[in-house]
Design a protein around this ligand. Structure first.
Ligand SMILES: NC(=O)c1ccc[n+]([C@@H]2O[C@H](COP(=O)([O-])OP(=O)(O)OC[C@H]3O[C@@H](n4cnc5c(N)ncnc54)[C@H](O)[C@@H]3O)[C@@H](O)[C@H]2O)c1
Length: 267
């Protein structure tokens, strides 16, 4: 039990695997966990992006381990787990952030796209939980954090696949929390509301892929207006929610969905 506040939130000496670490919420999560004292193991398919995240982690005075891998590939995920466990004999935190989004009506579904969404957003998190459980069990402690979305609670036309995978992640987390609890391993979901990242800005782009500033301004205004607080969140707001779930401050919290979303949705 950590009675001291600083001790409750510190991640000093802990090893934290973060998938999707090359961009957006995964990158910010890696930096915040590093600021709290952890050594992040950075996993993503985007090697250039991983290099930039590692540089950002170093700028906050921590060491990052770069571990490129495709989360849809179970063997590759297991190798990330082995590499992380080899650093100090234990893995303390595993954050499954990697995900993709497609926007397409059900009636226009494309087989390959459906398979890809399931492989990354669903099986990727499943393999992450399995690998994390394997390497955390011997130490009888650990915190697994899976990324879902407010899309799991709110149906949005075009986002059927995305929301379906995120709703499945919510249930996977609960099941894992029950299966792994006896080993001292907690599992929780972070379900962010909209924040501005490469994924979040797809609606702001013109046909060349560049951000259209008028669309961006209008999009930000609408999103802020949907929050009782009148604000839009940042990647750091989400990463700080992860920090809570990763730290001993949340030692009594498992099987839960934490929704940093500015109150936009309150299911
Ligand atoms: N941005 C938002 O508004 C928002 C809201 C709710 C939930 N989310 C969730 O947060 C997570 C991160 O989203 P983001 O906004 O940072 O998006 P992002 O596109 O900036 O980052 C996603 C990262 O996942 C990586 N990735 C994709 N496929 C991969 C694979 N097969 N293996 C390993 N890495 C892979 C990408 O390379 C990228 O670095 C996602 O799971 C997303 O669904 C985002």
């Amino acid at each position: 039990m950590q009675e001291n506040l600083a001790q409750a939130f510190t991640l000093d000496g802990r090893i934290a695997v973060v998938t999707g670490a090359a961009s957006g919420l995964g990158r910010e999560t890696a930096v915040v966990l590093a600021e709290a004292g952890a050594t992040p193991v950075l996993c993503d398919v985007n090697e250039a992006g991983l290099g930039e995240t590692a540089a950002q982690v170093q700028r906050v005075g921590a060491k990052a381990i770069v571990c490129p891998a495709d989360v849809a590939d179970r063997g590759a995920v297991e190798m990330v787990a082995d590499k992380a466990a080899a650093l100090s004999g234990r893995v303390d935190i595993w954050v499954n952030v990697a995900g993709i989004l497609v926007n397409r009506p059900v009636i226009e579904a494309i087989d390959e796209e459906v398979d890809r969404m399931l492989a990354i957003n669903l099986k990727g998190v499943y393999w992450g939980c399995a690998a994390a459980g394997r390497v955390m069990c011997p130490n009888r402690s650990g915190s697994i954090i899976n990324f879902s979305s407010s899309g799991a609670d709110n149906p949005v036309p075009g986002l059927s696949l995305y929301s379906m995978t995120k709703a499945a992640v919510n249930m996977l987390t609960r099941t894992v929390a029950k299966e792994f609890g006896a080993y001292g391993i907690r599992a929780n979901t972070v379900a962010p509301g909209w924040v501005e990242t490469a994924m979040g800005t797809h609606g702001f782009r013109d046909e060349t892929g560049a951000i259209d500033s008028d669309k961006r301004e209008e999009g930000m205004r609408l999103r802020a207006g949907a929050s009782p607080l009148g604000i839009v969140g940042t990647p750091r707001d989400i990463a700080l929610a992860v920090l809570y779930l990763a730290s001993d401050a949340s030692r009594f919290v498992t099987g839960q969905i934490l929704r940093p979303n500015g109150g936009v949705s309150m299911p």
